[in-house]
Design a protein around this ligand. Sequence first.
Ligand SMILES: *Cc1c(COP(=O)(O)O)cnc(C)c1O
Ligand SMILES: [Zn+2]
Length: 416
Amino acid sequence: MQYVEGLSCINCGKTYKPEPERYLCTDCGDNGLLEVGYNYSRIRRDWDLEILAENSDNTHWRYLPLLPVYPDTPRPPLRVGGTPIYKNRPLGEELGLQEIWIKDDGLNPTGSLKDRASSIAVVKAREAGVGIVACSSTGNAASSLAGNAAASGLQAVIFVPKRAPAGKVAQLMVFGALVISVEGSYGETFELSASSINRWNWYNRNAAINPYLVEGKKTAVLELLEQMGWQLPDWIVLTVGDGCTIAGAGKALKDLNELGFIKKKPRLLGVQASGCAPITKAWKDNKPLQVCEENSLADSIAVGKPRNWRKAIRAIEETGGEMVNVPDEEILEMMSLLGRKSGIFGEPAGVAGLAGIRRAAQEGIIGKKEKVAVIITGNGLKDIESARKATSEPYSMPPDLSRMEEVVLKEGLSEK
Ligand SMILES: *Cc1c(COP(=O)(O)O)cnc(C)c1O
Ligand SMILES: [Zn+2]
């Protein structure tokens, strides 16, 4: 926060003081998303790659100069960030590439990349002097807010659409949140949360309109590139729902570029589910967003009325990026392919990026020799229903070695 200059409207450019509860531009309403601006020359004076490398804090707070929180506000004592990255040749080959890097953000404390934003939200709530935090979510924003609130001693109020997977709702209950399951779409869920937040003055963790949360999400990309030793990939691949994650990626690249930590920007590939791809459509048609239905089992990215599409599209454009859509069958296929080739278990929205990579490679968007990094954004244990659809049934048998004999023969698993 010591380097934050202010907030500026991405629509009209009007600037605001960086107050914790400043969400939208008063002149532009819903179109007036705000963006956090930093004083890069002051950051450059105090911070560089060497200082960063010497920092032994492996959580995402290691990027504090680029985060919009005061250094001494208490932070949730959870290990957010510091998720592992793996280079995986066999998986790359399956997707038509030579080199792929996988960052497993499903290993965040509550199992998704959303912890990076929710941890910022609870710190901002404290700075605002508010004890209750609230959001609407298809699941992960909610469970991460509930977890980070619990760790910070705050109360969470969560609105989820009826279709949210049971695993995610169970997390909310375990973390002690007040949970409202809304009989309606995600859009309607969002509206009810927005009016409740307004009415009872809770802290608003709706990433799409809270400008501070994108800043948390950007740490996934700051971390990714630092872990790659600043040997930049040609592409960074992310799935897109509301658009905040990819907007955060764009912000990370902007920050790093402004600070001189990177000289060029990797291109962003945004991936949506074919059954709900309004941002891809708006981008391809170069037209304002049209609300669409939410027909995908990738619940975390099935957002028919995304709030952050402008920032998302801007991030794609600023990096010369692309967008592709993938059908649910391919998402399920990737769930099992990723598991088999890497030992990583991702939820549908977490692995859809892989299906996007294969499409982009087939369509010649990504070249065979290009280096690609993908972030697995959520953990598969949250949604075992989908995992079941993605895989076959186990063999079922009585405790009988002769039946085992048949199976081993059939599967060719004898070591002799
Ligand atoms: C939220 C989420 C996304 C997409 O992020 P947006 O900011 O909504 O675009 C992707 N994958 C998972 C697992 C998520 O929870
Ligand atoms: Zn404005």
